[in-house]
Write a protein that binds this ligand. Structure first.
Ligand code: SF4
Length: 413
């Protein structure tokens, strides 16, 4: 196997230290799957078939498994299966028990602690499901859940109640009901296909799904939510891209949380999707010990742009049972956003949102940049904390009295 896991890691650590870490990654990765043929390693079906799914495999491939991780892995199945593709596994730093990649996918004992405010369906999706696997929460768009499988399972998954449990997911029966609902609900102009991960479906099945959605006249936009380009970039084949590009306008939202996930392989997969004319956005979850650091967060957002992906949302971690150890305070989340806004390209700044518990939908949260607002003027705070006045429309007919300490700045970019 050639080295597949070149990281384009940003300058988060001193160069010498970074090189040491990279050397460790590569030698570890080579040792693990050194006898795998190039063709196999680059085959997404091989990657899926050889996922790490048991405690025994974890112990074999990660000799530094901690007691907390071992305990978590032993009971993981009841909550959310353990499964990690070999490719993604090689991104784990085996020398670091707090490795941000490791934290996202290796179960821990803390998952068994359920806080009183946590709930199996934190976003109230079941409350807004008129037919199985379809969520209609906003006026003009629906969410379509088409599979319960993912390439790798994220320990904080909002849909842990649904994914990975091995039930036979009856794609066709559900699809008929879902399509009937969309056909009969003319307000639906935007369909988000999610799961599980839709890009694990075969090209044939995706073509059927997309083709039938496209045949509904009032469906203007189709979106796919996927973490496949990050967990299994081998899946983004020319054949898949050729299938997807037949159904424009088609958008894809990926899910990436840390700059180290954006390897050369992931970047190439994302570029292939972008070359197929698909606009790409990213949804991150704010996770303790993963991306709750201003340097990491900014590096991640900037690197997403290099991968031709626009950072779209940064989610406050949903109140999923067993995820308290991942949750960052909202106060800190707001501070992190403040460290981005104005300090890097606007394109690199996502919207920080809380999915309101029980089905309230996404609510943007953030620092208030409008400090006061009356009929005559607004007082604005910029990214440096400086204050500016802006006259309210029509205020020119009135006398605007400016505070001497506030420069009046109209039309400033
Ligand atoms: S890829 Fe998405 S649906 Fe699958 S486990 Fe991760 S968060 Fe959940």
């Amino acid at each position: 196997m050639s080295t597949k896991t070149e990281s384009v890691e940003p300058r988060l650590r001193p160069r010498s230290e970074r090189l040491d870490v990279l050397k460790q990654f590569f030698s570890h990765a080579r040792r693990l799957w050194h006898d795998v043929a190039e063709g196999d390693w680059n085959d997404w079906r091989w990657q899926l078939k050889h996922r790490i799914t048991t405690v025994e495999q974890l112990e074999k491939f990660l000799p530094t498994l901690t007691p907390e991780e071992r305990a978590g892995a032993l009971v993981a199945e009841a909550r959310l299966a353990l499964a990690v593709t070999p490719y993604f596994f090689t991104l784990i730093d085996p020398t670091d028990p707090d490795c941000p990649i490791r934290r996202q996918v290796i179960p821990r004992a803390e998952e068994t602690h359920v806080a009183p405010y946590e709930m199996p369906d934190p976003c109230g999706e079941e409350l807004h499901s008129p037919v199985p696997g379809l969520v209609h929460r906003y006026p003009d768009r629906v969410l379509l859940l088409v599979t319960d499988r993912c390439a790798t399972y994220c320990r904080y998954c909002t849909r842990a109640r649904l994914v990975s449990h091995g039930a036979q997911y009856d794609f066709h029966t559900r699809l008929e009901q879902q399509l009937d609902y969309i056909r009969n609900t003319k307000a639906v102009r935007d369909v988000l296909i999610s799961g599980g991960d839709p890009l694990l479906l075969s090209e044939q099945r995706l073509a059927e799904l997309l083709g039938r959605l496209r045949a509904i006249p009032h469906v203007e936009l189709v979106r796919i939510g996927t973490r496949v380009p990050i967990f299994l970039p081998q899946r983004i084949t020319d054949e898949l891209c050729a299938t997807l590009r037949r159904y424009h306008p088609l958008f894809i939202s990926i899910h990436s949380n840390h700059p180290r996930e954006l390897t050369i392989e992931a970047r190439n997969a994302l570029w292939r999707l972008a070359d197929a004319g698909i606009p790409l956005g990213n949804q991150s979850v704010l996770l303790r010990g993963v991306n709750d650091d201003p340097v990491v967060l900014m590096a991640h957002m900037q690197k997403l742009l290099i991968c031709r992906v626009k950072p779209y949302y940064l989610y406050q971690c949903d109140l999923v049972p067993g995820t308290s150890h991942f949750r960052v305070s909202v106060r800190k989340g707001i501070e992190l956003m403040d460290a981005l806004r104005g300090h890097t390209s606007g394109y690199a700044v996502p919207t920080y949102v809380i999915d309101a518990p029980g089905g309230g939908g996404k609510v943007p949260v953030g620092q208030d940049y409008v400090l006061s607002h009356d009929d005559y003027r607004l007082v604005l705070r910029n990214y440096e904390g400086k204050l500016f006045e802006y006259p309210e429309s029509g205020a020119a007919e009135h006398t605007v009295t400016s505070s001497p300490e506030l420069p009046t700045l109209c039309g400033t970019i």
